[in-house]
Design a protein around this ligand. Sequence first.
Ligand code: IMP
Ligand code: MG
Length: 172
Amino acid sequence: MKLSDQPLFTASQIDARIGELADEISKDLAGRDVVLLVVLKGALHTGSDLMRKLSIPITLDFVRAKSYAGTESSGVVDFLLLPRVDLRDKHVVVVEDILDSGRTARVIADYVRSQDAASQCFLTLFNKSENRQASVTAEYVGFEISGHFIVGYGMDYDEQFRQLPDVYALEE
Ligand code: IMP
Ligand code: MG
């Protein structure tokens, strides 16, 4: 396994796109009681960059769910951490690194609904919509991708490469 020579997405491209999404969310959710629910570990940087670009107040919490081993979706989703903030009557923005099969997002969406949130929406920095198996859509998408397993900017291959500022494709 090696990384692509050039980044597929640079930190500055990502930064600009997150700025656009932050503007949309700030407009769409102005005046609402918003909880930003960042999905660890992969969405760490996305959540951190996003919240600093929002012009509306938010409450921050985290959820940790895991569905992956290597590059293949296991299809099994475990919660390793649940939010402590009360989601009842809140407008919840779930922040993901990648929506792939959508199974992780589906389980998180069901959890948020079970907590009687006023509304929920998904932001994903990367969207592999071709691979979708569970019924879930992201209202806010950074970039559509297909045909690559990507790492960097928080995303990993077996816990490696999260520290890279840019996003690279993993190559055989
Ligand atoms: P899903 O449940 O199949 O949608 O899986 C979503 C999760 O799988 C993401 O939050 C990532 O942690 C991981 N994942 C999916 N595709 C990639 C990739 O290309 N690179 C790194 N992680 C990925
Ligand atoms: Mg992962």
